[in-house]
Ligand binder design. Structure first.
Ligand code: PNS
Length: 165
């Protein structure tokens, strides 16, 4: 495949993005010419998010600016349809634990059934982020826990502000 044609998609809800997500996005950006962070924008899915899709896109855009080859976009279709539309050859996700494996195995089967041409690639979470999740972050932030080393500064600030309302 020609250089600068190797596009990967990193999908997720990212409510909010964590340093664990950013670790996977940065590693993907070193492996592919371009990475599109695809932000789920389906208000009915998984209940209401703390941040709107626009806010999640803005927070990830700020946190990935220095990588240079990362774009962030919301989507509200099937993931593989969005990946095909953007010319992505791979869906790249992080894997933390066995519990992730079961869910991702199912997603992998669903996505490959829709489009066998788009490969799913899994990066093992870095050890220091292997316990980190968006829901854990929200729980900590709700009860005043320290999240400063777990999310970008801007995310910590936005979360504290939102949850204190
Ligand atoms: O766990 P997340 O962050 O909510 O994961 C979202 C996503 C899109 C990566 C996951 O649900 C997936 O792989 N879905 C495949 C099926 C699909 O396209 N659903 C519609 C968009 S959620």
């Amino acid at each position: 495949m020609a250089p600068d044609n190797r596009i990967a998609m990193c999908p997720g809800t990212f409510d909010p993005v964590t340093n664990g997500h950013l670790d996977v996005i940065a590693r993907a950006s070193a492996m592919y010419d371009r990475v599109i962070v695809a932000v789920v924008n389906l208000p009915w899915r998984k209940g209401k998010t703390v941040f709107s899709a626009e806010e999640r896109v803005a927070l990830i855009t700020g946190a990935t600016r220095e990588l240079g080859n990362v774009d962030v976009e919301p989507f509200s279709t099937l993931l593989v349809d969005f990946a095909r539309e953007r010319g992505a050859m791979a869906i790249v996700k992080g894997l933390r634990a066995i519990s992730d494996f079961e869910y991702e195995l199912e997603m992998n089967q669903l996505n490959r059934r829709q489009d066998p041409q788009i490969e799913s690639v899994y990066l093992m979470a870095s050890a220091k982020y292997s316990f980190l999740s968006s829901s854990g972050i929200k729980e900590l932030a709700t009860f005043g826990g320290d999240i400063d080393d777990l999310v970008p500064k801007e995310v910590a600030r936005a979360l504290k502000e939102r949850l204190s309302r």
